[in-house]
Design a protein around this ligand. Sequence first.
Ligand SMILES: C[S@@+](CC[C@H](N)C(=O)[O-])C[C@H]1O[C@@H](n2cnc3c(N)ncnc32)[C@H](O)[C@@H]1O
Length: 244
Amino acid sequence: MYTVIDPDIAEYLSHWMRHRDPLLDEMESYARENDFPIIGPLAGAYLYQLACMSNAKRVFELGSGYGYSAYYFLKAVGPTGMVHCTELSEKNIDLARDFLTRADLWDRVTFHQEDALSALERIGGSWDVIFNDIHKHQYPASIELAYHHLRPGGLFISDNVLWSGRVLDGKDDGSPDTAAIKEFTRPKGSSRLFFQYGTVLPSPCGARPRGSFVRSTGETLSFYSQIAFGNDILAAYVWLHSSS
Ligand SMILES: C[S@@+](CC[C@H](N)C(=O)[O-])C[C@H]1O[C@@H](n2cnc3c(N)ncnc32)[C@H](O)[C@@H]1O
């Protein structure tokens, strides 16, 4: 397994997080016992921070599982905020209902049992954060859609962009998922301008501007890229719009 952060360091950091909701332990146990790929506690805390720092009140999740990543967003948006979740599996939604009801968070979440990209297109609107954790072959299709449904300055956060190292030459398994992740992070062509200068950094803290470009509309977009902790890598692209 390829890791950006030494597992001992990840474990060391995790120890700082012991005084937290015991329900998260339950949700993490479920993931371990059922081999379910949740973002995990360190990336979860990072999502929470990103949402708090950007004062997010409206979060749209693409691929929600049983509500683990949503838990952090729900805490961050507070009682006046909302999180829309998308999930194909009824079983996962039932689990989410149980966990998030017990966390007293169910009243601020809306689950849609449908394809995440179709749901975002259908519901529309402008979101403060769009979190992307769907089937990897769908990642390229999420770029334009997410852009059009983010408020200026909103965050488009995508998990797994290093794909446990399979993006590296010599580690590529030749699968459609790996090809899609590579296209997502290293796209060619003007329709993929978001990431033209994007560099994914194994940088666990602090946002650094990585580049900017001018769209055909005249807007200047700057973006930042970051990586969160853990084996399962998460990159956050923060898009800031201005008129000049
Ligand atoms: C990697 S899991 C992560 C769940 C969640 N983000 C977390 O970390 O707790 C991805 C989930 O997204 C769902 N999923 C994948 N592609 C989807 C799609 N196109 N539309 C809706 N759900 C999808 C899967 O069923 C799975 O439960």
